[in-house]
Design a protein around this ligand. Structure first.
Ligand code: ADP
Ligand code: ADP
Length: 228
């Protein structure tokens, strides 16, 4: 599903943020990315959803080599990746329904299909009664569930979650984790960067630790490995 071969990333004027990353993530996997602040976790994730380009090396997502992608194939690869952030990043002037529908409109999905599918994913995240609300009228956990609905609405093969529970209390964080686990169970690969020790140590999934731009650990049923 995702492969990196000797991937380096140096930002302009910076020292290398990633130094020779080699990794392979299978379709069914749920992968935690852990490590100290500034270690390169976000950069690792941004390379996968093509927010950043590597300085060197090759990255494959869903069989496509991101560095050799023809321009016209880029939207196709992008829509196969859903992204979730710590700060939700919902469009503040659009309702819950509109935020989710927007993700389908940009890929020009048929209008009839949009209504049906948005309802379906709002049901999945248990927000079907909040479609008409604005993001500011929702709790943090509800906003993150909208962001998850938006991320999965086009049925992507991969979900990238960068500290999705970072702003949430423990109970709400667990609700979000249950949802992500369900989405993984339904067939999406999940890659999640986190500082949440309790979640990583309880869920016991694959753990990739990045330290100073390098893979320090890659464990099948791993632990967080740092002080909480
Ligand atoms: P993490 O997500 O683990 O905190 P990042 O990937 O955000 O780490 O950052 C890795 C390194 O790259 C850090 O030294 C950071 O300062 C640097 N960095 C990240 N983004 C940029 C950028 N846009 N421009 C310059 N340097 C950056
Ligand atoms: P289908 O993919 O044909 O809709 P599934 O049984 O795979 O059927 O999925 C049932 C429901 O689960 C879907 O209608 C959708 O709401 C949700 N779903 C499907 N695939 C994903 C996915 N990759 N991520 C999140 N939710 C999904």
């Amino acid at each position: 599903m995702i492969e990196m071969h000797d991937v380096w990333k140096t930002y302009p004027d910076g020292s290398p943020a990633l130094k020779g990353i080699n990794v392979k993530v299978d379709r069914t996997e749920f992968l935690y990315v852990v490590g100290p602040s500034g270690a390169g976790k976000s950069t690792f994730m941004k390379l996968i959803y093509r927010e950043e380009r590597p300085t060197k090396g090759s990255i494959f997502v869903n069989g496509f080599n991101l560095e050799k992608l023809k321009q016209r194939k880029i939207p196709f690869v992008r829509r196969n990746i859903g992204v979730i952030f710590q700060d939700y990043r919902l469009l503040p002037k659009l309702t819950v329904y509109e935020n989710v529908a927007f993700a389908m409109e940009v890929i020009e999905a048929p209008k009839k299909f949009i209504m049906k599918r948005v309802q379906e994913v709002l049901d999945l995240v248990k927000l079907s009664d909040k479609g008409g609300s604005l993001p500011t009228q929702l709790s943090g956990g509800e906003q993150q569930r909208v962001a998850i609905a938006r991320a999965i609405v086009n049925n992507p093969a991969v979900i990238i979650a960068d500290e999705p529970t970072g702003n949430l209390d423990p109970d709400t964080s667990w609700e979000i984790m249950k949802l992500l686990e369900e989405i993984n169970f339904r067939g999406a690969t999940i890659i999640m960067a986190t500082h949440n020790k309790e979640i990583v140590n309880t869920m016991r999934k694959r753990v990739l630790a990045i330290e100073q731009g390098e893979i320090a650990r890659d464990e099948v049923r791993g632990e967080y490995g740092y002080e909480g």
